[in-house]
Write a protein that binds this ligand. Structure first.
Ligand code: PRT
Ligand code: ZN
Length: 283
């Protein structure tokens, strides 16, 4: 049995749950429950506040966890970073009122900065030779300058919309963050094996994201042209068709260049192209 801590509610909860679901690990949502069992894998889910996940994993209360890199770095507990996930992307930035003239980090000398990430900020200022007053506040950091609590803020930014609607501008990015899988140092061999199996499943889900499966009919004498339209493809699957001179070609392409590829395939004479969504891809 392996115990995984995920955020009980908040920005990472939904995508963590979705990842488990897509990886064939359905679990009950956290409504009023702290712990849930997965029916199809020796996995137990512990629902926690994101702030508590690094410590819970470090102490072994949970064997593994899914949490933002920002929380791991801020809390400083000893955990192994195992795998980067493809959600929770954001950055930790310094922002100042938009009317301020900002010419560089020296601006922050002697200023009051409000943040929920005092350790990351203190380390950054120390490295940059800035002496500023750091005020730790728990939430709504972005309103601190307008109510006179601080001159500037250091907070999580993703689209930048919150800064703009609070009359602030982002001036320096201190770190990039995303959701990551962490583990207790020195997992037992049995748990390590279960963790490896979880990661294989997560990777299969990630690999299939943004990929499409194409199936088409193609004149046999055009098969060699497929390589120029789908560069980097290992050999496509080619099956004979009942109709003389034609074959069926199956390929996987990335969604972002789907339309360019489709146009190219049409141009070499592909017909009856079908596009399917992919669910999982194993190497
Ligand atoms: O209750 P609990 O303590 O578990 O949750 P929380 O309220 O502390 O955290 P939550 O759910 O807000 O965020 C969880 C994690 O999501 C963070 O630790 C980050 O790793 C990640 N993440 C990704 C974000 C954002 N994007 C994000 N945009 N966390 C917070 N924000 C907030 C930010 O604080 C600011 O208020 O969104 C606002 C900025 O967003 P934009 O899009 O307007 O720039
Ligand atoms: Zn939190």
């Amino acid at each position: 049995m392996i115990r995984l801590a995920i955020q009980a509610k908040g920005r990472l909860n939904e995508e963590s749950m979705e990842l488990l679901q897509e990886a064939g690990l359905p679990v009950e949502a956290s409504k009023r429950k702290l712990v849930a069992r997965c029916g199809s894998f020796p996995l137990e889910i512990l629902y926690l506040r994101d702030d508590d996940i690094p410590q819970a994993v470090s102490m072994g209360v949970a064997d593994v966890g899914i949490v933002g890199l920002n929380e791991i770095v801020e809390r400083g507990f000893k955990v192994d970073k195992i795998h980067k996930l493809e959600f929770g992307n954001c950055r930790l930035s310094l922002a100042v009122p938009k009317s301020e003239e900002y010419s560089g980090l020296e601006y922050f000398q002697g200023k009051r900065i409000a943040t929920s990430y005092p350790n990351i900020l203190a380390r950054f200022f120390k490295k940059s030779g800035i002496k500023a007053e750091i005020h730790q506040i728990a939430g709504s950091v972005e309103i601190a300058p307008s109510v006179g609590l601080a001159d500037a803020i250091f907070d999580i930014v993703s689209s930048g919309g919150t800064l703009i609607s609070n009359g602030l501008k982002e001036v320096t990015t201190v770190m990039e963050s995303q959701a990551v899988v962490i583990a207790t140092p020195n997992l037992t061999e049995e748990k390590r094996e279960l963790l490896d199996q979880l990661i294989v499943r997560f990777e299969a889900v990630e690999r299939s994201k943004g990929m499409k499966y194409l199936l088409m009919n193609l004149p046999e004498n055009k098969v060699n042209d497929v390589a120029s339209i789908l560069p980097g493809m290992r050999s496509p699957t080619i099956l004979p068709l009942a109709q003389e001179g034609w074959c069926s070609v199956h390929v996987v392409v990335s969604e972002k260049d789907l339309w360019t590829r489709l146009a190219g395939l049409k141009a070499i004479g592909a017909e009856g192209i079908l596009v399917f969504s992919l669910e999982k891809m194993m190497p």
